[in-house]
Design a protein around this ligand. Sequence first.
Ligand code: CA
Length: 229
Amino acid sequence: MRKVLVLEDEANIRSFVVINLQRAGYEAIEAASGEEALEQLRCNPDIQVALLDIMLPDMDGFEVCRRIRASGSKIGIIMLTARTQEMDKVTGLMTGADDYVTKPFSPAELTARIDALCRRTGASIPAEDPAEIRQPPFMLNTRNRTLEKNGVRVKLTQVEYAIIKLFMDNAGKALSREEILDAVWGRDYFGELKIVDVNIRRLRVKIEDDAQNPTYITTVWGYGYKWGF
Ligand code: CA
């Protein structure tokens, strides 16, 4: 499993990042101070990427970055910056870091950056697990179970995500309501077909340009629905 160091002194931000990294299939190593981060890097030479907060109790994140590079380490380094930090100053100080992410960031954005960095630093993502399904204007990230429309995150429930994934895997094909129910809720689900329509209606409000005149999820009268445009 790919290891990522998370250096962040604010416990709630740190656990938010850690939980999302774990969900995305990474092993997260935590540190709350610069010294702790450097110690963890010594103990875990297989860490591939380090996320470094800048404002820390003992030293700033740039100093941690400088010390990591001074040790000859070639791991990927992403700085976690606050919106209030002046970006020209940050980028000026970024010597040695590979990328930066501005807080508040979405889990999808962060894992996309880490994935990109892992690719650049030579670590590969298993080919049999495509993390992204791109059907413009939509992009589904199957690692984080998130959907973006024109680059903007669409908040989905787990059921809505499962429906969208089913549609994208079957683009252009009419799916009966029974098929959707079986695939998303499971064959032994004891509910009514109406639950499919309820969820589709809600999904349309979230993803269609005009939910009254849907163009992405179209109705196949007397049968079900089709994803195709
Ligand atoms: Ca901080």
